[in-house]
Design a protein. Sequence first.
Length: 456
Amino acid sequence: MENKTQQMDVIDVSKQKTEEGKQELYLYSLRKMAEDNVEQNRNPLTRLQNLRSFFYMGGEIIREHPGEQYAVIAMDIAQFKAVNEFCGRTVGDRLLAAIAEAFRKLEERPLTIASHARADVFVLLTTYREEQELVDMVMQVKKAVDEFPIDCKVLPAFGIATAQGDSPAVSYLKDCATTALNTIKGKFYASYAFFDEKMRRQQMLEKQIENNIVAALKNGEFALYIQPKVDMATGQIIGGEALVRWVDPDHGVIPPDEFLPVLEKNGLVIDLDIYMWEQVFQMQSKLLEEGREPVPVSVNVSRVHAFDKGFCDTLCRLSQEYHVAPAYVPLELTESAFLWDEQGMYRQLETLQSRGFTTSMDDFGTGYSSMNMLKNQSMDEIKVDQTFIRDLEVNRKSRIVTRHTIRMLQELETSIIAEGVETEEQKEFLLECGCRKAQGYLFYRPMPWQDFVALQ
C-alpha cells in the first residue's frame, strides 16, 4: 500500500508539468475526496447518499456512460409532519427506513443511485429502456409504503423526469421530477406523474417571470386597470376594483393568472401589491387635488401579507403621504388570506379598520370557511361570487341559494355586492332579492384607470 502511494505521488508530480496533467490531477483529486467522504455523505437514519453526494455521483455515472437513457424519480409524502405527530416520530423513522430499503433494492440495478434528500424526500437516478420500467420501480416503492404497518393513511407522490439530451444535469432532472410530483401530491387517485412538455413550458414561464419581475416593476410595465362597480337600480358608478395588467414590451399583455401564482410562491407579490396600492392612492390624490370627489376604488390584498409585518404600516403611510382618507381605498381579501395565519390576519384587519379602512371579502362562498369567517370576523362588505349567479336563469337551486345568502347577509347588516353579472335576467333577479350593487361585463369591463376617471 505504501509503495503504491509513493508511485502515485511520483506520477502526479510529473503530470503537473503540462496543463492537461494539471486538469487530470484536479479531477482525480475531486473524485478521491468524494470517494473518501462517502460515509460522511450518507443520511444517518437511512444510510442513503445525501443530495450533494447524489448530484456528484450521479453526474459521474452520466459522464462515464454517456450513451444511456437516464431518468430521475422523486418521491415525497403528503403531510409527513402530520404522520409524525399522529403516529410518533419513532414510527415515522421506521417508515423512512422501510422506504430507504425499497430504494436500496432499486440500487441493485446497473448505473443507479438513490438519495435520501431531506425529511421524507427521496430521489433516484437510473437508466431505462421503456417508460414502463420507471413506473414499475415507482410501484415497487409504493408497495413498500402500502405494506408498512402504520395507523394512518400515507400518500406518497412520485415525479418522473426523463432526460432529453446526452448529458443531462442531475440537479435539473431532480427539479423536473419534483415539479411533476407536486402536481399530484396529496391526491389519492394518482401515484405518479411524468414531467411533460406542458410542465416544462410552465417551468420556463415561471423562471422568466421571476427573472423579469424586478425590472418590470422598475420600468412601470404593470398597468393599473379598474373595473367599475355600479348601483344596478340607477346605473350610477359607485366604486371600482383595482386590477393589474402586465404589459411586457416583448410578449404583450400577460394575464394575471399566469404571473400572480408565481409571485405568490416567491413572495414578490408583496412588492407588486404595494406598487398597485400606490398607483391607486396617486390616482385618488390627483382627483382630490382637482377638487373632484372620487368614488372608492378597492385594492386587492394577497394572502402572503399574512406574514408581512409591515402590511398595516405601508397602507397607513400611503394614506398619509398622499393625503387620501382610507375610506377612498377599501381592502379586498379572499378567504385564502386567512388560511395561513388566521388570527394574525384578523389582528391586522382590526388595526386597519380602527384607522378608517373598510374591508371586503372577495369570492364569498367559494371556500369551506365562508360561514365560519362571517361569524368570527366583522367584514364591511361581502362580494358574492359569480358562481352563485352564473346559471340563475336555468337552475332553481342556484336561485334559492342566492336568495337566502343575500337575506342572511342583510340580517347581518353587511353590505353586499354581486360579482360577474353578465345578463339582464341576473340583474333583475338580484334587484328582486334586494342586492343593488354589482360589477360585471353587463355594465363595464376592466379598463385603464384614465378611462375610469373619465367616466366619473
